[in-house]
Design a protein around this ligand. Sequence first.
Ligand SMILES: [Zn+2]
Length: 263
Amino acid sequence: MHGRRAAAPAPARPRLKRRSARPARSGRAVRPKFSALAMSFVAAMMLATSVPALAVTATDGVDTASVYAPAGEDTVTYAPQSVEVSEEAVISTLAAETYDVEAAPPPIVSEVANVGSVSIAEGDAIVWPVVTWEKRYSGFGPREAPCGGCSTFHDGIDFNPGDGTPVMSIADGVVVLSTENGGGLGVNVEVQHNIGGELITTSYGHMQYGSLAVSVGQRVTAGQQLGLVGTTGQSTGPHLHFEIFRGDGVRFDGFAWLSERIG
Ligand SMILES: [Zn+2]
């Protein structure tokens, strides 16, 4: 009895489970159908909102740009364009295509007594050593000795702009000699220059005592005053004795050299 009663409800449980399982299965089967419909509906919505808009835009663009617009009114406005490039790329492009960098010519290195190594940068300006350079010029080369101890070969050129006239460096350079005991040259200054990459030395003699305006090792510029015209050393009257030479020390015609460069 207990077995039947007990057994009778027992088989009913599986039935209930089966019944309850059936609706669950049917529910599961509906959900996919619904979501598929929903997806297709969403897709339809996307087509309805996006495709027509694209079509209108494309049609307007074609009409305006080329087909229907009258000649002369066919204006097309382009949006400003920007290209993002890293700063490194820009720098490398400029360096490669815009700038052609040449190395600066190396300065001439000269040994100056009591100063040591002096680098002389190249300068462009060249001037006459006196303003009135054309006055009473005595040329370079063989000559009759103007005095007992004077040379028969004039290894410089003489300017006579007047006693006390300023004497100037003909170019940028470094003073390598500045003395009041220059022997036959009297009060004498020597300046070394870098002219066209070549070491050129100029000498200014017979200047007045007490007129020296520069000292050894001093850098000077073209036209800078060195002293005053005088008649110290072996000199017959106030004038500037000007010499010019290269590394070999052989004097050459400074008047021709200056005339060629100054004009
Ligand atoms: Zn002279």
